[in-house]
Design a protein around this ligand. Structure first.
Ligand code: CP
Length: 357
């Protein structure tokens, strides 16, 4: 479904008025609310940052800031709601921040370790979806294939969240931009330089930067550039928001004067067989003190974690005062609370919701 859309948010109202309204009828009321109050955001699923568009990214980040500053206001807002998580890949941050976030909103969370086999190994994914939608209010998936998440969202009548696929990591990028906004006051006038593999995190950073009208430079080795469809979609969003997107191969050119320097593992989960080859190709992209010196004096260092110290980043940079890696990790919690809250229609229960979203 939506991952192939160029600008997902543009289709949201059409979806809520059309086939999605029928397939996810429990949220038709939220759809009507969004028509009455266009500043409000409602989205049936978060399978791609493209589902959010500028309006959705803005709504989640604003709500996350509020939830972080006054968490007790939201303690009972998802009372009685149940979430299930199926993870085909390991996780520390994503799993625990989703669980802690749901519980802190009054709901409950179940975790299924799906690392032994793919989610559709035993039965058709649509059959899994039609079981789950009768038991729980929301499904969170971490998968290898983006198709698995897209198909679950297509078949399940309850919201589906992408907690990382080989293609995207939307929750991570939202937390990263919340971190930048906290540090610098806004993202629009800032430049993030990502160096390393053009992977799922790079894709979601690209799309989120585009939605926020921000500036992003991505430097990768030849052959490891971001997915061309993601780049095209980000450029289409940037044409509306004024975002600046640069795809480069020189890490020093990318980092020159940047406000943030970001890297991720050279070998993402699922690419382990390429580890030796990547270890030969990627060393010029290591974030070390020398590369950080090319950035603005106030620049921060960012990493989604887990980090491979001594490979994509040195100990010195990871542990430097410029490092905001644990702020990023903390913000996973607040961003995911905002996502859960919005996807489950929590905005309708706020006494003065216009003040929040
Ligand atoms: N950054 C991130 O997604 O961390 P985990 O793999 O630990 O969830």
């Amino acid at each position: 479904m939506s991952s192939t859309g160029v600008v997902g948010y543009k289709t949201q109202l059409a979806r809520t008025q059309g086939q999605k309204k029928d397939s996810k009828p429990r949220r038709a009321a939220a759809s009507r609310a969004s028509e009455r109050a266009p500043q409000q955001f409602w989205c049936p699923d978060l399978v791609s940052t493209r589902d959010l568009g500028p309006l959705g990214v803005e709504a989640i980040l604003r709500l996350a800031e509020i939830m972080k500053s006054c968490p007790t206001d939201f303690q009972e807002t998802l009372k009685g709601r149940q979430m299930v998580m199926f993870f085909e890949k390991p996780s520390l941050r994503t799993r625990l921040t989703f669980e802690a976030g749901m519980v802190s909103l009054g709901g409950s969370a179940m975790f299924v370790d799906q690392t032994h086999e793919r989610l559709d190994a035993r039965e058709k994914l649509s059959d899994v979806a039609h079981n789950l939608e009768r038991w729980v209010d929301l499904i969170v998936l971490r998968t290898f294939s983006q198709d698995t998440i897209d198909a679950m969202a297509q078949h399940a009548r309850v919201p589906v969240i992408n907690a990382l696929s080989d293609l995207e990591h939307p929750c991570q990028a939202l937390a990263d931009y919340l971190t930048l906004i906290e540090r610098f006051g806004d993202a629009k006038s800032r430049c993030l330089a990502y160096v390393g593999d053009g992977n799922n995190v790079a894709h979601s950073l690209l799309l989120t930067a585009a939605c926020l009208g921000s500036s992003i430079r991505i430097a990768t080795p030849q052959g490891y550039a971001p997915d061309p469809q993601i780049v095209a979609d980000a450029r289409a969003i940037a044409a509306e928001t004024g975002a600046e997107i640069y795809l480069l191969t020189d890490p020093r050119e990318a980092v020159a004067g940047a406000d943030a320097v970001y890297t991720d593992a050279w070998t993402s989960m699922g690419h382990e067989k390429e580890e030796d080859e990547r270890a030969r190709i990627f060393p010029p992209y290591q974030v070390n003190a020398e590369l950080m010196a090319e950035a603005a004096p106030h620049a921060v260092f960012m990493h989604c974690l887990p980090a491979h110290r001594g490979l994509e980043v040195t100990d010195g940079v990871m542990d430097s005062p410029q490092s905001v890696i644990f702020e990023q990790a903390e913000n996973r919690l607040h961003v995911q609370k905002a996502i859960l809250y919005l996807l489950l229609g929590g905005g309708d229960r706020l006494p003065a919701r216009s003040a929040y979203v």
